[in-house]
Write a protein that binds this ligand. Structure first.
Ligand code: NI
Length: 313
């Protein structure tokens, strides 16, 4: 009896451990709580000459919130589903120029390995908050050298300043996603304001690329019903499954460790190309080749987010 009971306890413990492990790895992605840095990178990177560029390139972008210092550029992962979802309802003032993909699932977890149509271990690298003129080109160089295609979730304000860089990202085969106009915490805005945040970024992307994107990622992963409504059905809302926390000054070794522990097939890795702590993302540049080498060694294939989602439809 005692033995049997002991065995049961062992099994229960194992189950609990599994649940706990799954739970913590999930919540690592989903919880935040780090202090909101007031975008030091934004000021470090942008000298005063930029506002003129904003008004010249994108007059509408230069108005309103364009000069707000609130363009915080750190992903805190505050409560986002770590998967691709589509919001229901709502309208988007600026429909994409390109036809929206209506054949994608209304919801689909990028983590549901069981739904994959193939045996390939795939992973998508994503770089948020850019483009900029310092780190984005360095990341592009690494990606080119390693022959990796990634996805960049860009901030409209940055796009209005570095449209050529966005063009380069696109021309080098990477996918582009909308990451709002100035990296606002959308849960603190009205539905109308959220729509404006998204539309304005769309406008900047269209202006630079001549085409739109249906990919969207909420800053900090922060979302609610209002946000979902404004995001609308024609956009694909993308989260992440691995948070390197590169923006916070995480060391390359720590980033690699997170990647090793958290990356599963069809995973989405969150990194940044602008807006690190004190404006620095040097650790990202150092870690990136190591992350790529490690994942390749583990048999992962690098895909863009649209490629990742296409297989899951
Ligand atoms: Ni961000």
């Amino acid at each position: 009896m005692g033995r049997r009971r002991g065995w049961k306890v062992t099994v229960m413990s194992a189950v609990m451990l599994l649940i706990f492990t799954g739970y913590t790895s999930e919540t690592t992605v989903l919880t935040g709580g780090e202090p909101l840095l007031a975008g030091p990178g934004m000021t470090a990177d942008n000298a005063g000459e930029e506002s003129a560029v904003v008004s010249a390139k994108n007059p509408s972008a230069a108005t309103g919130k364009a000069s707000q210092p609130g363009a915080t550029t750190n992903e805190r992962g505050a409560g986002t589903p770590a998967a691709a979802t589509k919001a229901n309802g709502g309208t988007v003032a600026n429909p994409p120029l390109q036809p929206a993909k209506t054949d994608t699932p209304t919801s689909g977890s990028v983590k549901q390995a069981g739904t994959r149509k193939h045996d390939e271990k795939r992973v998508a690298l994503t770089f948020d908050d850019g483009p900029d003129k310092k780190y984005t080109p360095l990341i592009l160089e690494v990606l080119k050298k390693q022959e990796v295609k990634a996805t960049f979730f860009v901030v409209g304000l940055q796009v209005s300043k570095y449209g050529d860089m966005l063009k380069r990202i696109s021309e080098e085969g990477h996918a582009i996603g909308n990451h709002t106009w100035d990296h606002a915490d959308l849960t603190k805005r009205t539905t109308k304001e959220v729509a404006e945040e998204i539309d304005k970024a769309d406008e900047a992307i269209r202006h630079a690329l001549g085409k739109n994107t249906d990919l969207f990622r909420a800053p900090y992963g922060a979302t609610n019903d209002n946000v979902k409504q404004a995001v609308g059905q024609e956009r694909r809302s993308i989260g992440w499954t691995v948070d390197t926390r590169d923006w916070a000054g995480t060391t390359p070794a720590e980033m690699l460790e997170k990647v090793k522990k958290q990356t599963k097939p069809d995973g989405i890795i969150l990194m940044h190309c602008f807006g690190g702590k004190n404006g620095k993302l040097d650790n990202t540049i150092e870690a990136l080749p190591q992350v790529i080498d490690y994942l390749r060694g583990e048999g992962f294939t690098f895909v863009t987010v649209p490629e990742l989602l296409a297989e899951q439809a």
